[in-house]
Design a protein around this ligand. Sequence first.
Ligand SMILES: CC(C)(COP(=O)(O)OP(=O)(O)OC[C@H]1O[C@@H](n2cnc3c(N)ncnc32)[C@H](O)[C@@H]1OP(=O)(O)O)[C@@H](O)C(=O)NCCC(=O)NCCS
Length: 297
Amino acid sequence: MEYDYQVSNQVTLEWVLKNMPKFLFPDLAKKKDRIQKKMIGVVATHERTPVGLLLATDDNSGKNFRIHSFLVHPKFRNKGIGSAILDHLEQYLFKIRGENVDLYYRQHWPFTPYLKKILERQGWDIPRQDLIIVKGDAINVNKLFMHKQIQLPESYSFTPFLEISKEDQAYILGRKKRENWYLDYLDPFVQPETICAPASLALRKDGHIIGWVISHLIAPHLNEFTALFIDQQHRPYKQAHILMREAITRQQQAGIRQFLITSKVDNQVMSRFLMRHADETEVFITQSFYTKKSLIE
Ligand SMILES: CC(C)(COP(=O)(O)OP(=O)(O)OC[C@H]1O[C@@H](n2cnc3c(N)ncnc32)[C@H](O)[C@@H]1OP(=O)(O)O)[C@@H](O)C(=O)NCCC(=O)NCCS
């Protein structure tokens, strides 16, 4: 069968959502507000009908590119179309002097083994593990926390993160600047508009902020925990346990059923705890992987 491939750097996500929504994987509808710029699209067609689509963006430098979505229509899989789409993208990026192209994928996607095979054959780097992702019901997990045995010591207290003062904010940012207090991805000030107010808390000791847990409402019943940080000096496991317990309790009280925790593989206090109890709490666990290809070697 004959297939045609077309590359355009003028594709918008809005247009794809309207005209080819079934050709998105993963579903980028949630990212509609975050991806507003023009994308690079590679479309495969058979007798003028689309059979596959890949979408990528650049990081504004014109050198680094990321694939956000890649799908071949189920009836047309395993015919080499996916490989050809990727090849067309790589050739196009090479032509415009791109240097790197990368993507993230998740372990549990049904077609991950196929994707890995294509990437491997086209000379992409060996994938590295990036995130551990745990999803579950607040009510099930809440049973795990040792509500009676572990209590917050007297000099500690919680404040809803959205209610911290300007001075508190300046204190956090000042320590970040002076001593690089927390890792960049634990920044509590990212995307404040979606912060879940009841389940985002600052932890204080003697009035000073020493940690936080931040979560974002990504769907009406789904709250994503994005940052859990406790100052090194106050870091026995207990504090993280109590902070997380309080946030999940407040989430449940606010009527938000599910939670999602995404943690970097090197920072997984909470996911490790939940993974140990996965069977009894029916949490779903997966991992994300990152891989890239250099176009200039
Ligand atoms: C991933 C996807 C785009 C690949 O498209 P495709 O047109 O089927 O890809 P190709 O035909 O070029 O290649 C498929 C490869 O998978 C291999 N494959 C087939 N069955 C397989 C299996 N059970 N396990 C592992 N690999 C398998 C094929 O042998 C082929 O590799 P080869 O050419 O080295 O033999 C397509 O499967 C898809 O749309 N999946 C759903 C969406 C998705 O997961 N997208 C990835 C998001 S980043």
